[in-house]
Design a protein around this ligand. Structure first.
Ligand code: SAM
Length: 283
């Protein structure tokens, strides 16, 4: 059993609060977020290769966005999350009898069984001490099984487009003073970007072969702020821009492995995946 990490407790409160709007805002609200959803879904399902007899573990299921995609394709799925509010959203959204939800911090979770695949989308960046946690989680993959982790790209044209843009905070503070609004309660929110080659190294250390780094969300940040509510490209031109991004993604995705990390500069998120070989560590 791992040690409870204080930073994860602060993050839990923020994810609890976000549970009411996260899925819609992140994946479904606009054409752009739906484009990002499609790319993420495509890479996740290609890398997982789900089959009807498979047992899988999803780490950080949130409101069940990927749980709903994967559950109908497998025999059983364990979905864990630190936020009980997120799980409460996932249950009715996924509505599948083969999903077992576990409310726990991934840092404290000791898998009691081995899985045919372990996957996680946009979660490991919130783990304070990610290496031992990710190592333990991917060790729960059976020999011949798959590990797939999608996370945000550290060095990319998308960095700085999020909510914490350096100029946005002071502007909001002045706005609040003018409007006489109270300062919000501040929480130390833990987020750290994982270098792709280091994440790939953890997979290799845990006995994964054919470890691959792939771009996921790809293109240019044609919006202001992470919520994407301020588009920079006129709506009529957006479909053409997204077609160019998709084509660029296809080209970047086919680059030789040695060039893959460099091509990530135009990716907002990336995937590391592999197949577990070697002796069975868990029964
Ligand atoms: C950004 S959301 C992603 C949700 C979902 N995977 C998706 O892609 O839509 C991150 C999720 O990870 C969960 N999470 C963050 N830290 C966690 C931890 N230490 N253990 C388990 N879940 C965690 C949050 O509660 C939240 O549901």
């Amino acid at each position: 059993m791992g040690t409870p990490i204080l930073a994860h407790g602060f993050n839990k409160r923020i994810f609890d609060d976000a549970s009411t709007y996260y899925q819609q805002m992140r994946w479904f609200k606009t054409r752009l977020t739906r484009f990002e959803y499609d790319l993420t879904r495509r890479v996740l399902l290609e890398e997982l290769s789900p089959r009807p007899t498979a047992s899988m573990l999803e780490v950080g299921c949130g409101p069940g966005t990927w749980t709903k995609e994967v559950a109908p394709l497998v025999n059983s799925l364990v979905a864990l999350d630190i936020s009980d509010e997120m799980i409460a959203r996932a249950r009715p959204y996924v509505d599948a009898a083969n999903v077992e939800y576990i409310h726990t911090d991934a840092a404290q979770y000791e898998p009691a069984q081995a899985f045919d695949a372990v996957f996680s989308v946009r979660v490991v960046e919130y783990l304070e001490d990610w290496r031992p946690v990710v190592s333990r989680l991917v060790r729960a993959v059976k020999p011949g099984g798959r590990g797939v982790i999608i996370t945000k790209t550290p060095i990319s044209v998308y960095r700085g487009t999020g909510r914490n843009l350096a100029v946005a905070r002071p502007i909001r503070r002045v706005q609040r003073r003018i409007l006489g609004q109270p300062e919000p309660e501040s929480h130390p929110f833990w987020q750290r970007y994982l270098p792709p080659t280091e994440l790939a190294r953890v997979f290799k250390e845990q006995g994964f072969t054919d470890v691959r780094i792939r771009p996921v969300i790809y293109g240019l940040p044609i919006f202001m702020r992470g919520t994407k509510q301020y588009p920079l490209v006129p709506s009529a031109l957006e479909p053409a821009a997204l077609r160019i991004f998709e084509r660029a993604w296809e080209l970047a995705d086919r680059l030789p492995a040695a060039l893959a990390p460099a091509a990530l500069v135009f990716s907002e998120s990336y995937a590391v995946s592999g197949t577990r070989s070697g002796p069975k560590l868990l029964s």
